[in-house]
Design a protein around this ligand. Structure first.
Ligand code: GAP
Length: 437
């Protein structure tokens, strides 16, 4: 059970162990931008794979990978150019900026303590703008997408027709999104560049309540399957406070060390987006329902949208465990589920002797055909175990002198620290069994 109390402990481990570095660190960093290091990218890829498999290895969902830059009218149609903004206030004394809806603007500035120092709130659009082509004029403005969803809406008919889909069916996508957040922070919780994993489930109008129930259940289970503790998850019902496009919305919140906050949103988006794209493009985007007398209508959409980085942060917080806290044999362990662990197996010859290394390297080259492995010869076995615990490696394999006699190795379990003696020939079966793939 995780006992992370302070996010700084996690930030420090992530840097020390090669999970996450500050972006452009040698230049002093770039605010709220982060780079995934060797272990971070493995973890992230595993998160994406687990989502992709859960969401698209099913009959009723297909995947796409749409471009980040889209026709600018997409964002006019979707409402982002006119509505995707947060209210911003400046402190006239210290020039700090705040989201007016996140602070009490009648209280003193929380940075410098000045009283009555805030400007009037003004709307600040969160989209990043850039230009396309060699001429920088207003006609060449394009936007970095603030959500991946729009790339799905505009491909609805392409996917429906090429894959001969019938409603209900979904389109899933993983990709980068960009928001010029006024107050990013809390490590990778809120950043200006992040990755979303979104699915739009196209349904017959009137069936949105059933679709909502179905996807709420599926998405909740996914977070549990990835190892998040159920008592750290809860639903937040948006009730009447809905985005302009939604008729119902629920968030899955996680209890981060900074408090409960949103990890995933499940939104009933009606036909708002499809209707807007039909209107602004002038194209007929209707679905022809052959099972209902060839009726033509715009589908309704049930969306599931989870931030990859935010779920990954929850996984790190949830996995971070200090055992025997404050004692001499304190042990820091990242208790990831095996399918998410960046390194699956560490292989360690007991000593640096060539005969042990030869066997260990053979084990390594066999196992790394399937698993990301690490080969570790530095330090005592105890130290090496602790190093692997700290990065969440589920299994450590030690090759010792007995191995040369009995063709067996010691396999040590990260969580129980129990050790099994396993024949090298049986290792693949043993690991498969342990990981329950
Ligand atoms: N298409 C719907 C949509 O984008 P959202 O609630 O704005 O909905 C969905 O975003 C998810 O994306 C959030 O639940 C969160 O996990 C993630 N997310 C949003 N803004 C983020 C940011 N600035 N940094 C990291 N993740 C973010």
């Amino acid at each position: 059970m995780s006992n992370l109390e302070n996010m700084n402990d996690l930030v420090s481990l992530c840097k020390r162990k090669g999970f996450i570095f500050q972006s452009s660190e040698v230049y002093g960093g770039l605010g709220s931008c982060w780079d995934y290091g060797p272990l971070g990218v493995e973890l992230k890829n595993n998160v994406k794979e687990s989502w992709w498999k859960a969401m698209t290895y099913r009959e009723d969902v297909e995947g796409v990978d749409a471009s980040i830059l889209m026709h600018p009218t997409v964002w006019k149609a979707s409402g982002h150019i006119d509505n995707f903004s947060d209210p911003l206030v400046d402190c006239k004394e210290c020039k700090s900026r705040f989201r007016a809806d996140k602070i009490d603007i009648n209280a003193p500035c929380e940075k410098c303590g000045a009283k009555d120092s805030f400007t009037e709130p003004r709307e600040f659009n969160l989209m990043f703008k850039t230009t396309m082509g060699p001429v920088e004029d207003s006609g060449s403005t394009v936007y970095l997408r603030p959500e991946t969803a729009q790339g799905i809406f505009v491909n609805f008919l392409n996917v429906q027709q090429t894959m001969r889909k019938k409603l209900p069916f979904g389109i899933a996508q993983i990709g980068k999104a960009f928001r010029n957040e006024i107050t990013p922070g809390n490590f990778i919780f809120r950043t200006r560049e992040f990755e979303q994993m979104e699915m739009q489930y196209f349904i017959k109008p009137g069936t949105q309540a059933d679709a909502m129930e179905k996807w709420k259940e599926i998405r909740w289970q996914w977070h549990l399957d990835n190892g998040l503790d159920e008592d750290k998850l809860r639903w937040h019902d948006h009730g009447e406070e809905l985005a302009h496009y939604a008729d119902a919305a629920f968030d899955i919140e996680y209890k981060f060390p900074i408090g409960w906050d949103e990890m995933e949103g499940i939104h009933s988006r009606t036909d708002f987006d499809m209707a807007k794209h039909a209107e602004f493009s002038g194209k007929n985007l209707n679905y022809v329902d052959q099972e209902d007398g060839a009726k033509k209508y715009l589908p309704y959409v049930l969306e599931t949208s989870v931030g990859c980085d935010r779920h990954l942060l929850a996984l790190l917080c949830n996995a971070y465990t200090v055992e025997n806290k404050g004692q001499k044999d304190e042990r820091v362990v990242l208790k990831f589920k095996p399918h998410l662990a960046p390194i699956k197996v560490a292989i360690m010859p007991l000593m640096k002797k060539p005969e042990l290394q030869e066997v260990a390297r053979n084990v390594l080259s066999d196992l790394q055909k399937k698993y990301k492995c690490e080969y570790d010869i530095a330090g005592s076995i105890g130290k090496r175990y602790r190093r692997q615990d700290e990065i969440g490696t589920p299994l450590c394999i030690t090759v010792d002198y007995d191995t040369l006699e009995d063709q067996s190795v010691t396999v040590r379990d990260r969580d129980t620290m129990a050790q099994d003696r396993v024949k090298i020939a049986d290792l693949n079966k043993y690991i498969l069994n342990k990981f329950e793939f």
